[in-house]
Write a protein that binds this ligand. Sequence first.
Ligand code: TTP
Ligand code: MG
Length: 410
Amino acid sequence: MDLKPDNTPVADEEWSGPLILHVDMDAFFAAIEELDNPALRGKPVVVGADPRGGKGRGVVSTANYAARRFGIHSAMPISRAYRLCPGAQFVPPRYERYVSVSKQFHRTLAEFTPGIEALSIDEAFLDCTASIHLFGGALSLARALQKRIFEKTRLSASVGVAPNKFIAKVASDLNKPNGLTVCRPGQEAAFLAPLPVRRLWGAGPRTVRELESLGLHTIGDVAAADSTVLSTRLGSSGVRLQQLSRGQDTRRVETDWQRKSISEESTFAEDCNDPEKIDRSLCRAVDEVTRRMRAERLRAGRVQLKLRYEDFQTLLRSRSLDAPTDSFDVILRELRLLLTENLEHGRKVRLIGAGLGKLCKADDEGPEQLELIPPATDEKLQRNDQVLDDLVRRFGSRVSRAALLRPEKN
Ligand code: TTP
Ligand code: MG
């Protein structure tokens, strides 16, 4: 129970409806370095490549908050970070250590709910709707979570507490580090209204420019905008952005993803920034997962792309399909879109993977699927897949789809 300055308890008000938390560790890699090496504490710390007196190559993985005051941030060239703060402590990354702390972090979350969607090495959504009563309220639960993460890792995390994923994610970032930001049910639109449009999910630099050219600078402006103007200028994403701006987000925490999924990933022999090679690896992974899926007579309602850059930054990006499918072509098309949206040009990739989720039996579209939407596999594509599956069964993976489509160059 929280106490006011005069020591009277602050009541943790009732929470109605879904309770979603977004948790994100603060300056994760840098905080671990400070934890392990007390001599770094209180100083600006930059984790990344060796700056070699400002002439080094490579980028910043992350910087602690003291270093961020100099303008240093993730993905910035290390030479620039050096120029901004030559006196900072530059530390090479120790990925294995970060992965082990990450596992501890994710295990700690599981003490609070089974409804966890891991987003990255230091970030997750939690659906705590069913565990509120165990903690006496949403705020108490969130505080207990922060406290427990600190006990287990000696590191701080920021938490966003909200009725849905979008707002929880926005909230966790508003008061970093060690922040706890709450948006109560019913307050969604008011909470978002003063924030700049770049906080909207899916609003990249181009969309932000487009919105600003319409005179829309805050999320509240988008919420109040004429919806026909938005959809004329931004198509279907205009409609989605307006829904988000009004605090409407019905996406569920995808807890089943790991359990009900098929995935395949491969690490490049050498880190690679050749778009053609990256695409070929993706094709191969899609070929593999779609074949496994068809062999089990399943269809996928969701696809996931996994990208790990040379500095170990790992992105998981997924999207739901209009209708479940087992088609190589449809799934490859969706994953290529995700790749185009997320691949940073020129940055070297270490690993790429494809995953399929929301699996359902091919003859049972699952309870969530709309009956009016036919499966997204047209007959010709389906026949192609069947012929190729048959060939692979008879002649092995030498005739895999990726090999046929894009023969390896000699
Ligand atoms: P973030 O959570 O984005 O950043 P952070 O934890 O360092 O800082 P914040 O307090 O703002 O959350 O990423 C988690 C870790 O992932 C980060 O510590 C280092 C790594 N990372 C990279 O290596 N490169 C990148 O470009 C980014 C964004 C992160
Ligand atoms: Mg973080």
